[in-house]
Design a protein around this ligand. Structure first.
Ligand SMILES: *[C@@H]1O[C@H](CO)[C@@H](O)[C@H](O)[C@H]1NC(C)=O
Length: 228
């Protein structure tokens, strides 16, 4: 039997756990109906903004609304980075609306195809390598790198919000599928956020942050522009 004083501790602990759950649970909100297939763009009132997308009338939802061919075709990797990310999220596959899920197909050119360092502010990601080999990794908030080489069939987890990348160092094309626990995971690509914002960051900010001269900042800006 617990003594009354222990009950107080137990109740306090349970309360703390419940509250910390409330405070840290920050995944997409739960659906309040079986499905909420997003309305087509041409049925959306451009003056109404909600957290997500409005639902199509459920009486008009069809089986085909739950199917997408969006990831069927390989992305075009004929670009400076040698990679292509195609994301099926609530905005490109309406059935994902309110489901807290999205899925990306990533194609990588041989010999260096790179999905550049980036973060998903709203999702963790589990990557399934379908074809080829990849070097993948993320950096935690203590600046520790966690990197591994993947072969076809392998999985790797990128924890939510951490900077991560994948590069194809093999001499064959690679293809991976990334599953993300948000219907709108968001993506901030580090090099672009810092060196290719629509209004450039003040050069002094980048000079001091990177310990470099203005000329080097300009050179990096030009380099990043070429990757866009
Ligand atoms: C954080 O990084 C430092 C320096 O690399 C290391 O000594 C330390 O063990 C790391 N701490 C954790 C919790 O990983």
């Amino acid at each position: 039997m617990l003594k009354p004083t222990n009950y107080v501790g137990l109740v306090a602990s349970l309360l703390f756990l419940a509250l910390s759950g409330l405070l840290v649970s920050a995944a997409d909100s739960d659906p309040l109906q079986d499905f909420c297939v997003a309305l087509d763009a041409d049925h959306i009132n451009p003056d109404v903004f909600v957290n997500g997308f409005l639902c199509k009338n459920p009486m008009e939802v069809l089986a085909k609304d739950f199917k997408s061919e969006f990831l069927r075709m390989p992305g075009n990797t004929d670009n400076k980075l040698g990679s292509a990310v195609t994301l099926a999220s609530a905005s490109t596959f309406g059935a994902l609306n309110t489901q807290g899920l999205s899925v990306a197909r990533i194609d990588y050119a041989p010999k260096g195809g790179l999905n550049a360092p980036h973060v998903h502010p709203r999702a963790a990601e589990v990557l399934f390598l379908a074809q080829g080999t990849l070097l993948v990794g993320f950096v935690d908030t203590n600046n520790t790198l966690f990197a591994q080489t993947l072969n076809a069939g392998d999985l790797f987890v990128f924890p939510r919000g951490l900077v991560h990348f994948q590069i194809n160092l093999g001499d064959k094309p690679a293809m991976a599928i990334g599953a993300l626990n948000s219907e709108n995971p968001g993506r901030s690509t580090v090099a672009q956020a810092l060196f290719a914002a629509d209004t450039p960051l003040p050069s002094e900010v980048l000079e001091t942050a990177f310990g470099i001269e203005k000329e080097e900042v300009d050179r990096i800006i030009q380099g990043v522009q070429k990757t866009l």
